[in-house]
Ligand binder design. Structure first.
Ligand code: GLY
Length: 584
């Protein structure tokens, strides 16, 4: 072949290859054996490395979790908490709660001033916002109980990333400019080089964090019972925080029964309290099962109307009933009962939005009515969108869904002195003001009031979907209350609209959470659709509106499907951020 013809052929091949990869954005990543999807490629690769070294999905999940604490410090963490849902290849399921707990000295009114007003920012920033972290307890528990390798082996990639560093992207360097981080000297030193800010392309090394991770790998009990616990408690107390070494010593991760439901022949396994996620997801799906969404059309105003009304009703119940199950009896069984959903369905006007203030709970279960009469609903706590989710499937078919959080972006912004890791502001997920009317004249309920040793209510919704006895989807996302509607949107995308998992992750999202009585839609909806919804009575906001500006899209669904026929693992990372599915 002449050199000109060979050059033209090579050019043609290169162009075709570009076309193939650019069209891949609607195709999931295909793999035969194992798959990890997470916010950061290096964290996904850490999980795959561990599976290739003989680990199972739990080993990979723990490796990914510790790696995220290094490469995604604004949400990945060892100073926060999370939930892990497992479905093993033999069909057994486990749910691990390592949500943070309020310290023993926490009080119900700790964020109120002398006049009983909520002190702005008090539960969001600084030492008093920190709840007792659970992530290390959870990951160590999971590794010991369900992993195959040693903790040292699975933590090795994270330690390497912390010690050797990784190259910062433009967005990562920008994020570390956070003005609240600058208010805490240790955070300013670690993440902002005392004002000599990191730039895109810089290598970010975290020697303090590497040392802390090595200490955990060497002796995991040190974090809660040893010298690490003492150093952590001393660092928090020096800044005026409440957490003591005793609080750390009393922390424990807890196995709980996952919440289960069905939707159009699929089994949905999800998070129990102290997450509201599973109950709200399944209650919404139960209501929707009675409507032919596929016939109404994907993201038509009609199908969106019914979905929004289902969300509205399930979030109304969230505000009323959900909290820490160790402190109150949470009526999950009634909330996810199909009879209850059928009664809610009857209250939906087919052509008009129901104003949230006019919702009346159907009288199906006397337990719900009695509780509701005594405890008017709580406003959802402020929304934090900064959490992270990752999904793992291994070669045997074990599946793990993990959602983990510091709550706010970089949590409380406090870095423990000399230990190199950020601490959460999970106290903000409690209702700061219980038992008194809030600005909307709603009386706050007590299910999610602050209490010593209590876990704040969460929206984290790691979810596994089963069909014909086989795991077919592993789902989850960050996004606070939007987590639940994001997971529902992805699940319905596959089940109702026949999308592949990547298309379902990509599809525009919409959200209603009862109060405020506003529907949020991502920026990609046509005016025809949004106008039709407005004519039905919805108040619409395009994007999420914050005092600091508008976020045009939200969440970061990091999901996996397993092809029912071929068994292929199909990884779908969310294009809204820089998530990556990595398989082998
Ligand atoms: N902090 C976010 C959540 O738990 O839902």
């Amino acid at each position: 072949m002449g050199s000109l013809r060979r050059s033209i052929l090579l050019l043609l091949i290169a162009v075709l290859a570009m076309v193939a990869s650019s069209s891949a954005s609607t195709d999931p990543v295909h793999a035969q054996h194992g798959m990890v999807t997470s916010w950061h490629e290096l964290a996904s690769k850490a999980g795959v490395e561990i599976m290739q070294a003989g680990g199972n999905a739990v080993d990979a999940a723990v490796a990914t979790g510790f790696a995220l604490a290094v490469v995604h410090p604004s949400a990945g963490n060892i100073g926060g908490g999370g939930f892990m849902l497992l479905r093993m290849a033999d069909g057994t399921t486990h749910f691990l709660d390592y949500r943070e707990k309020a310290p023993a000295a926490a009080t119900r009114d700790m964020y109120l001033d002398a006049q009983g007003k909520v002190i702005e920012g008090a539960s969001l920033y600084g030492y008093k916002a920190i709840a007792v972290p659970g992530s290390v307890a959870g990951m160590v528990y999971a590794e010991r109980k369900w992993g195959k390798l040693s903790l040292k082996q699975v933590m090795a990639p994270a330690i390497r990333l912390a010690r050797e560093g990784y190259e910062l992207s433009w967005a990562e360097a920008r994020d570390m400019h956070d003005r609240h981080l600058a208010e805490y000297a240790e955070s300013r030193r670690v993440f902002q080089r005392n004002g000599d800010y990191y730039k895109p392309g810089d290598i970010f090394r975290q020697p303090d964090l590497a040392r802390t991770l090595e200490r955990i790998a060497e002796n995991p009990d040190d974090f809660y019972h040893g010298s690490l616990a003492k150093e952590l408690a001393a660092a928090i107390q020096k800044g005026g925080g409440l957490i003591t070494a005793d609080d750390l010593a009393h922390y424990e991760a807890k196995e709980r029964e996952p919440v289960r439901g069905t939707y159009r022949g699929y089994e949905v396994i999800s998070s129990p309290p102290p997450s509201s996620g599973g109950a709200v997801l399944i209650e919404s799906l139960n209501i929707l099962e009675g409507f032919d969404l596929a016939k109404m059309g994907e993201r038509s105003a009609e199908s969106m109307h019914f979905i929004l009304e289902a969300f509205r009703r399930a979030f109304f119940d969230r505000a009323e009933f959900l909290g820490d199950p160790d402190f109150a009896k949470i009526p999950v069984a009634q909330l996810i009962d199909k009879k209850y959903a059928a009664a809610w369905r009857e209250t939906i006007d087919p052509i008009h939005a129901t104003p949230s203030k006019d919702l009346k709970r159907p009288a199906v279960f006397s337990q719900l009515e009695q509780y509701a009469a005594a405890n008017p609903p709580a406003m959802a706590p402020r929304d934090s969108t900064h959490t992270t989710h990752y999904s793992v499937v291994d070669a045997e078919g074990n599946a793990v869904a993990v959602t983990t959080t510091l709550n706010g972006w970089f949590g409380s912004r406090v870095t423990a002195d000399g230990l190199g890791f950020l601490l959460n502001d999970e106290m903000d997920d409690f209702s700061a003001k219980a038992g008194a009317p809030n600005g909307d004249n709603l009386i706050q309920g007590t299910a999610n009031a602050i209490g010593p040793g209590k876990r704040p209510l969460s929206s984290m919704t790691p979810t596994i979907v089963v069909h014909d006895g086989k795991t077919v989807m592993v789902l989850g996302s960050p996004g606070s209350s939007k987590i639940i509607t994001t997971v529902a949107n992805v699940l319905m995308g596959v089940v109702d609209y026949g999308m592949n998992i990547q298309e379902a992750v990509n599809a525009p999202r919409f959200h209603n959470q009862w109060m405020p009585d506003v529907v949020n839609v991502e920026q990609w909806f046509s005016p025809d659709t949004t106008n039709a919804l407005q004519r039905m009575g919805y108040t619409l906001e395009v994007g999420l509106h914050y005092p600091s500006g508008v976020e045009p899209y939200w969440s970061d669904a990091e999901c996996i499907a397993i092809d029912e026929k071929t068994g292929e693992r199909l990884g779908a990372a969310d294009f809204r951020h820089d998530g990556k599915a990595v398989g082998y």
